[in-house]
Design a protein around this ligand. Structure first.
Ligand SMILES: [Zn+2]
Length: 209
């Protein structure tokens, strides 16, 4: 096969096994392994086909690990949440690497102009003048950071942008006894740790959806 790193030819060196953590527990599988004699990279094409990343988690386990990594500290996710919630036993550093890698993929996708979720037409609520009104708001929140080896590091500012069409105050749930539920608050958000000026473009794209 052609080496994806240097485009030279890589030779098949036979089968090599790899261990993964899946939602059903640890598993091991064998796949063809290629070695590039030019740049010495090892390549296993099946890993890419299966959607595996550098850390040894299946895609489903990766998703669960990343979700728990967002909810609390990486240590709490590894020691408490994942074993109890999903029977997953992974190290704190695995949670950190998986969650940070997911964050980087999200940032890249956002930077490349991707929006998430389908384009949705809104049934706009109207204001007192009978007009549809969209609000644009931005808020900032400080996010504590930790340097390498637990060293002190400067905090970063995350910006959260919102495009929304709030439910008018004079239309609470009890105004219409036949209504099964409160009218939906329409909103789309975008959040990032880039500069404030760089929030404009992704927020505009969300609004266009
Ligand atoms: Zn190579």
């Amino acid at each position: 096969m052609t080496c994806p790193h240097c485009r030279e030819s890589a030779r098949c060196k036979g089968f090599k096994s790899r261990q993964l953590v899946s939602l059903f527990g640890p598993l091991e599988y064998s796949r063809h392994y290629y070695l590039c004699r030019h740049c010495h990279h090892g390549i296993s094409p099946l890993d890419g086909v299966l959607g595996l990343r550098a850390h040894d988690l299946t895609p489903a386990a990766d998703e669960v690990v990343c979700l728990s990594g967002l909810e609390d500290s990486f240590a709490t996710a590894a020691d408490t949440v994942l074993p109890r919630l999903a029977g997953l036993r992974v190290s704190e550093s695995t949670v950190q690497r998986a969650t940070e890698a997911a964050g980087e993929r999200l940032a890249e996708a956002q930077h490349a102009g991707q929006t998430f979720g389908p384009s949705t037409p809104w049934a706009w609520h109207k204001d007192a003048d009978g007009k549809t009104v969209g609000y644009v708001s931005v808020d900032a929140t400080g996010v504590g950071q930790q340097g390498s080896r637990g060293a002190k590091a400067e905090g970063r500012m995350a910006y959260i942008g919102m495009i929304d069409n709030p439910v008018p105050e004079e239309r609470p749930r009890w105004a219409n006894p036949t209504a099964a539920k409160r009218p939906e608050w329409k909103a789309r958000y975008v959040s990032q740790v880039r500069s404030l000026a760089e929030l404009a473009e992704p927020l505009r794209r969300q609004a266009s959806r």
